[in-house]
Design a protein around this ligand. Structure first.
Ligand code: ARG
Length: 462
C-alpha cells in the first residue's frame, strides 16, 4: 500500500510483529459498513461516479458475504482488516477500488470501526446482564420466604431474606448496565473525516455519514478523534466493575454450596467432580468467574498503560487496544451467560437455611431495640445486651433460653413481652423502612424488577 517510498521488501519478522488481522478481522462488518458510507460521501463530493459507487458497493457486499461464510482468506502480510478488505476490493474491481481510500486514513477508519463494534457489543452484552438479573429475580421468586443469616466480617450479623441478598446483586448489575449505557452514549460520535490527523482538503459531508451510520453527532477535533481511546477504557472499566460484582456473587455461591453453609445446591450440570475424590461436587463456574475477574482488571490496566504518555496523535501503540477489549467482552459474555444458566438450575436447601437462621444471636440487636423502645438509651441497651450475651455464653445456653428473672437481674426493664423479640417472622416484618428486608418491601421490589426486566425483554424482542 505504501510501496512508492520503499526500495526494499518488509522483513518477515516485521510483518509478523506488526500484523493485527489475526484478531481485528472481527471488525470486518463495521469496516465495510464504514466504507459504504464513505463511498456514498465521496460520490456526493464528486470523487466517485454513481457507476463507480455501484461497483464498490457490489464488491464490498460480495466480500462481506464471503467473510460471513468463512470462505474469505485474510492475508497477514496485508497487516490489518482494513487493508485486507481494500486490497481484495481493488483486486476484484480494479482502479475504482483504489479510489475508496480518498480523504480517509486507517487512523479515522479504525477509530470508527471500533466505535461501531463496541456500540453493538454493548447492546448485546447489556441484554445478557439483564438475563442474569432475571435469573436472580427468578431464584428469589422461587424462595420468597426463606431467611438466612446476613453476615458482616463473615460473622453472623442479622437475619435477612435470601431474596433480599439476591436482589442486592440485581441492584449492582442494574448500575453496571447504566455504566455501559453511559459509555455507549459518550462514544456515540462519528470520527470519520478526521483523516490521519488533520482531516482532508477533500471535504466530505460528515453529518450525512453520521446519520447513515447511526451516530448522533460528529467528533469536533480531528486530532482527538484519531488518538484517544478513552471510550474503550470506559468500557473496560465498566466490565471490570461488573466482574468485581460477579466475583462477589461467585464467592457467596462458593460459600453457600459448601457443607459449612449449605444454603444452596447447584445442579449436576453446573458442577464438576474430582478425578480423585469420588464425593466431590465443585462450584467451578463460580471459581473461574472469580478468577477471570483478574483478566478484566488486567485488560483495563493494560490499555490505560498503553495510552499513558502517548504523544499526539496516532501512534502504532494504539493497535494494542483491540485485544484487551475483545478479551474482556468475550470473558464477560461467557461468564454472564454461564452464570445465568447455573442460577436458573440452582435450588435452595431450605432446611439448612432454617437451621442457620434459628440462631437467636442474630436477634441481639433486636433485643437492644426492645430496650430502646422501653426508654433506655441505645448505647446503654447495647451494653446490657452484650452482658446478656456473655452471660448466656457462660451458662452455655442460647440467648432466647435466658429466663425473665435472669434478664431482669441484668436490667429490670425487661418484661414478659421480651419473648416476642425472638419471633423471626415479627423481626423481619418490623424492618419496614424503604430498602430494609421486610417481606412486604421485598414483595414490592421483586414485582418492580419483574416488570422492569419483562419490559426490557419485550423491548429486545421487537
Ligand atoms: N491496524 C491499525 C490499528 O489497529 C490501523 C491503523 C494503522 N495506521 C497506521 N498509520 N499505521 O491501529
Amino acid at each position: 500500500m505504501w510501496k512508492g517510498r520503499f526500495l526494499q521488501q518488509p522483513s518477515q519478522l516485521l510483518q509478523e510483529y506488526t500484523e493485527s488481522v489475526s484478531y481485528d478481522w472481527r471488525l470486518y462488518k463495521q469496516d465495510i459498513e464504514g466504507s459504504l458510507a464513505h463511498a456514498e460521501a465521496l460520490t456526493v463530493a464528486g470523487i466517485l461516479t454513481s457507476e463507480e459507487l455501484s461497483l464498490i458497493k457490489k464488491g464490498l457486499f460480495e466480500i462481506r458475504e464471503e467473510i460471513d461464510r468463512g470462505t474469505f482468506s485474510f492475508q497477514k502480510h496485508l497487516e490489518d482488516v482494513h487493508m485486507n478488505i481494500e486490497a481484495e476490493l481493488t483486486r476484484r474491481i480494479g482502479p475504482t477500488g483504489a479510489k475508496l481510500h480518498t480523504a480517509r486514513s486507517r487512523n479515522d477508519q479504525v477509530a470508527l470501526d471500533l466505535r461501531l463494534y463496541l456500540r453493538e457489543a454493548i447492546v448485546k452484552f447489556s441484554r445478557l446482564v439483564a438475563g442474569l438479573q432475571r435469573s436472580l429475580v427468578g431464584l428469589a421468586f422461587r424462595y420468597p420466604e426463606v431467611c438466612i443469616p446476613g453476615y458482616t466480617h463473615l460473622q453472623r450479623a442479622q437475619p435477612i431474606l435470601l431474596a433480599h441478598h439476591l436482589l442486592a446483586y440485581v441492584e449492582m448489575f442494574a448500575r453496571d448496565i447504566g455504566r455501559l449505557k453511559d459509555c455507549a452514549a459518550r462514544m456515540d460520535e462519528l470520527p470519520l473525516g478526521s483523516g490521519a490527523i488533520a482531516g482532508s482538503t477533500i471535504v466530505l459531508d460528515r453529518e450525512q455519514m453520521a446519520r447513515q451510520l447511526g451516530f448522533s453527532r460528529v467528533t469536533q477535533n480531528s486530532m482527538d478523534a484519531v488518538s484517544d481511546r478513552d471510550f474503550a477504557c470506559e468500557l473496560l472499566a465498566a466490565l471490570a466493575i461488573l466482574g468485581m460484582h460477579l466475583s462477589r456473587l461467585s464467592e457467596d455461591i462458593i460459600l453457600w454450596v459448601s457443607e459449612e453453609f449449605g444454603f444452596l445446591e447447584l445442579s449436576d450440570r453446573h458442577t464438576t467432580g474430582s478425578s480423585l475424590m469420588p464425593q466431590k461436587k465443585n462450584p467451578d463456574i463460580a471459581e473461574l468467574t472469580r478468577g477471570k475477574t483478574g483478566r478484566l482488571y488486567g485488560n483495563l490496566f493494560s490499555l490505560l498503560t498503553t495510552l499513558k504518555g502517548l504523544p499526539m496523535t496516532y501512534n502504532r501503540d494504539l493497535q494494542e487496544d483491540k485485544e484487551a477489549v475483545f478479551d474482556s467482552l468475550d470473558t464477560a459474555e461467557l461468564a454472564v451467560s454461564v452464570f445465568t444458566e447455573m442460577l436458573e438450575a440452582a435450588s435452595v436447601r431450605e432446611d439448612r437455611a432454617a437451621e442457620a437462621v434459628s440462631d437467636p444471636l442474630l436477634l441481639a440487636t433486636d433485643l437492644a431495640d426492645y430496650l430502646v423502645l422501653k426508654g433506655m438509651p441505645f448505647r446503654q441497651a447495647h451494653e446490657v445486651v452484650g452482658r446478656i450475651v456473655a452471660e448466656a455464653e457462660r451458662l452455655r445456653i442460647l440467648l432466647n433460653q435466658m429466663s425473665l428473672e435472669q434478664l431482669r437481674s441484668i436490667s429490670p426493664i425487661f418484661e414478659a413481652d421480651v419473648s416476642s423479640v425472638f419471633d423471626l417472622r415479627k423481626a423481619m416484618e418490623s424492618r419496614r423502612a424503604p430498602g430494609a428486608p421486610a417481606p412486604s418491601n421485598l414483595e414490592q421490589r421483586l414485582k418492580y424488577w419483574e416488570e422492569i426486566l419483562e419490559k426490557d425483554a419485550q423491548a429486545h424482542l421487537h
